[in-house]
Design a protein around this ligand. Structure first.
Ligand code: PMP
Length: 445
């Protein structure tokens, strides 16, 4: 889509165009000849030839259907198992109001309207403490870089490390924007097979020997889209293989703090090595709200310095206001109390979804029961296709993400991703019942 700032309708009063005529405009027959002639298309009102003007690079990225699907999903009445962000009702408005009041009435930041590019020192320190206490990652604040969302970290890593043709290994289904980021650099993306315990690291040595990857991108904990978690032994294998082949690892961990089991998930990869091979990314988008646009990265100081230099070209720093709010959220453990609250609610939603699937799904459907995060990954009964099911489910008021969106080569038709966090608790059972009726194709509602 063209940017609104470039639409002809904003060219100003000297170049009126027929599109700009609003409801109060008199009918064309009542206009004077001079006004009429100014309304006839002239070179000044012809739209710019966008496809020619946009760069070859940008023409490669047409906006994926996901964006329009997302908009449809947020419509009232639709039971939304598709969107990958929290339900707006779960965003802690009271907490945010309270911490904002503190953040903006304290004088701690007087004279500091802008932040250093790596983030306010206090936030970097609080994040290092938080990561040590909650994620067993020991790092200095100098290793922490505050980001405008963790996706920015991914983009910076791609710019910093990936040359055209470099090989990047990923889980065979993975976070769609990560695939886009690697494609943008003309990387050669290779999917490593996965099972219910994540990437099959016993195959990694073979992939590394054959493709000499520059990077391995992984979501080892509560994976998007599969919900799987890589056990400690596989994590060790992954790090050892990466180090043997001098390959960097990007560990994307937006969901690690949302665990519903009795014990915490295994230590993140970043907590298992000190050499600097692992670059860790996380975010407040899943635990608080994506609207804060605040994430962080933990990496070797060389990496932090290089990424800061690249970032300076497009973004000076993460919003000072968001950073001040995050400082208050982390101070005194307020975020931890909030996460405890939402994990209680999210655990109930996961259980509601899995119970409903147990009850309504066809006997040959298979699904994961995730220990944390947002997603159930469901394998459809033989012969069913995710896209056909989506078309059958939409008129019933239910949506989900077809697996092909996350697939390295886009060919998956057998899986669907169901977000159990996004809908309200009272919608889950009904939504699954309707979805399964569409799966049975027998009109059972
Ligand atoms: N990585 C993964 C695996 C995600 O699922 C998401 C959110 N959908 C992100 C990154 C994006 O996080 P942020 O909003 O901080 O850019």
């Amino acid at each position: 889509h063209a940017s609104p700032a470039l639409e002809p309708s904003t060219l100003g009063p000297s170049t009126p165009s027929p599109q700009t005529l609003g409801p109060s405009t008199p009918s064309l027959s009542k206009l004077s000849p001079s006004t009429l002639s100014s309304l006839t298309p002239s070179p000044l009102t012809l739209s710019p030839p966008w496809p020619v003007l946009f760069s070859d690079y940008s023409n490669r990225f047409t906006y994926h259907d996901i964006a329009s699907a997302d908009r449809a999903q947020s419509m009232d009445g639709v039971i939304d198992f598709a969107t990958g962000s929290p339900n707006p009702h779960d965003i802690p408005d009271d907490l945010l109001r309270d911490v904002s009041l503190h953040a903006f009435s304290s004088h701690d930041f007087d004279g500091q309207p802008e932040s250093p590019i790596e983030g306010f020192p206090e936030l970097r320190t609080l994040l290092a403490d938080h990561m040590r206490e909650d994620r067993m990652i020991h790092c200095s604040p100098r290793n922490v870089m505050v980001l405008s969302g963790s996706e920015q970290g991914l983009d910076l890593c791609v710019r910093a490390f990936v040359n055209p043709g470099d090989c990047v290994l990923v889980e065979s289904v993975t976070f769609f924007p990560a695939l886009q980021a690697f494609r943008s650099a003309d990387a050669r993306i290779i999917g490593v097979p996965t099972d219910e315990s994540g990437m099959r690291t016993e195959l990694l040595e073979g992939f590394c020997a054959r493709f000499h990857p520059k990077l391995i991108y992984t979501i080892p904990t509560f994976h998007n889209p599969t919900g799987s978690t890589m056990p400690a032994q596989r994590r060790r294998e992954l790090i050892e293989t990466a180090m043997k082949y001098q390959c960097l690892v990007i560990e994307d961990d937006p969901y690690g703090e949302l665990h519903y089991g009795t014990s915490a998930p295994p230590t993140p990869l970043k907590g298992m090595e000190n050499a600097g091979y692992v670059i860790y990314l996380s975010t407040f988008s899943k635990t608080v709200t994506p609207g804060l646009r605040t994430g962080w990265l933990i990496a070797d100081t060389h990496v932090v310095a290089r990424l800061a230099a690249l970032r300076r070209m497009v973004d000076q720093h993460t919003s000072s206001s968001s950073q001040r709010i995050c400082i208050e959220l982390l101070r005194g453990g307020r975020i931890r109390r909030h996460i405890e609250e939402i994990t209680g609610a999210y655990r109930m939603r996961r259980d509601a979804m899995c119970d409903a699937l147990q009850r309504y799904a066809p006997p040959t459907a298979r699904w994961s029961v995730p220990e944390g995060g947002y997603y159930v990954w469901l394998s459809l009964p033989e012969g069913q296709r995710s896209q056909t099911l989506l078309e059958a489910a939409r008129p019933l008021g239910v949506t989900f993400m077809p697996g092909g969106v996350f697939d390295v080569d886009g060919t998956d038709t057998r899986h669907i991703r169901l977000n159990f966090v996004r809908p309200r608790m009272d919608q889950i059972s009904d939504g699954i019942r309707l979805l399964c009726a569409a799966m049975h194709g027998d009109g059972r509602r």
